[in-house]
Design a protein around this ligand. Structure first.
Ligand code: NDP
Length: 345
């Protein structure tokens, strides 16, 4: 008998790839979406979807909303959570859906009684919200610094992940919990929406960042993130948290790659602010940005951002697509969906 997996937030950038991978591997998949399941043709047209994908409605803030979706499932991969950086009301826009939604899903799993494991999508943001030169962040690190005012998105991920671990400890349900902590996710999108991470690459190409600033991003491809969730679900020995990160690249390296690959006709950042004026100027300019972008700039400028991926490689046998391939395929995908105009150089 084929196992049935419920994937919450199936419409999203990462979850759609999880659904695709699970279908490719022969699983029965139940995906939750927020509205009319008929509008998600990028999911319903996936190979195997006709026979093995069902879409049902699920809303993070509504108690009991996931009861039907998880009923009779063997595994649940809980991905749904708002991923937005600059919001009006951090409590209602980010923390409530992340935290209450996670508890709602876990309670539905407890009621179902058939679930063997829940895999939760947390984030590198629950490990740290601040780069630190010379430090290799590991699964032992917890972001203790974010608040509703400082990096509220990161705060929402910390609150949700901690609540999930507390639930397991206190309720002792019949299922166990494994957590995936992806860093900065890039790669092609299955649906037409524009996710926050590829948006940063798009903005870098249309003059959104006029100057090269001294930042690093720890990349991971969305297809690798999807595989990591499945391996965490399948591997009986998997336990705890897994940092899902490939390698780090600086803004300068990204710009050089894009120029070398024929994208020099775009408005890529040119002036190297850091080597000309030092990081102090970037720090000052950060105050002209939307609040949460500004906070990110101040906490990251001039610092290394390194994550230890040895646990996920060792326990789950993860191998990662190259960062350069992931970045270049993201750009081609932005062009394909019309998020970026095609220009001749
Ligand atoms: P998306 O915005 O593409 O997906 C978010 C999903 O959550 C969507 O399906 C969305 O539904 C759903 N959702 C949001 N709010 C609600 C709600 N109130 N009720 C029900 N569903 C809701 O983001 P990603 O795919 O990037 O993010 C998925 C997960 O991965 C999140 O938990 C995020 O924190 C995490 N993550 C993402 C990283 C990245 O770089 N992208 C890095 C690390 C972690 P709808 O389509 O209707 O809006």
């Amino acid at each position: 008998m084929v196992d049935t997996v419920c994937v919450t937030g199936a419409s999203g950038y990462i979850a759609a790839h999880i659904v695709k991978d699970l279908l490719e591997q022969g699983y029965e998949v139940r995906g939750t979406v927020r509205s009319n399941p008929e509008k998600y043709d990028y999911l319903t047209s996936l190979p195997g979807a006709n026979e093995r994908l069902t879409l049902v409605e699920g809303e993070l803030l509504t108690e009991g909303s996931y009861d039907e979706a998880v009923s009779g499932c063997d595994y649940v991969i809980h991905v749904a959570s708002p991923y937005r950086i600059n919001v009006k009301d951090p409590q209602t826009d980010l923390v409530d859906p992340a935290l209450k939604g996670t508890l709602n899903v876990l309670r539905s799993c407890q009621k179902a009684g058939s679930i063997k494991r829940v895999v939760l999508t947390s984030s590198g943001a629950a490990i740290t919200d601040e780069a630190e030169t010379g430090k290799l962040f590991s699964e032992d690190d917890w972001n203790e610094k974010s608040t509703l005012q400082r990096n509220p998105y990161s705060y929402s991920k910390v609150k949700a992940e901690k609540a999930a671990w507390d639930f397991i400890e206190k309720e002792k349900p019949s299922f166990d919990l494994v957590v995936i902590n992806p860093t900065f996710v890039t790669g092609p999108s299955l649906g037409p929406g524009l996710n926050s991470s590829p948006t940063i690459l798009r903005d870098m190409m249309v003059g959104g960042y006029p100057a090269i600033m001294s930042f690093e991003f720890s990349f991971v491809d969305v297809r690798d993130v999807a595989v990591a969730h499945r391996l965490a679900m399948e591997n009986k020995k998997a336990s705890g948290r897994y940092i899902c990160a490939n390698e780090t690249r600086s803004v300068r390296q990204i710009v050089e790659l894009l120029k070398a690959e024929g994208y020099s006709g775009y408005k890529l950042p040119v002036l190297d602010l850091t080597s000309k004026f030092g990081n102090r100027l970037v720090w000052l300019l950060s105050f002209a940005q939307p609040r949460d972008t500004g906070t990110f700039m101040r906490l990251a400028v001039g610092k290394e951002s390194r994550y230890d991926n040895s646990k996920i490689k060792r326990d789950l046998g993860m191998e990662f697509l190259s960062v350069e391939q992931s970045i270049l395929e993201t750009v081609e995908d932005l062009l394909k969906w019309g998020h970026l105009d095609r220009r001749t150089t």
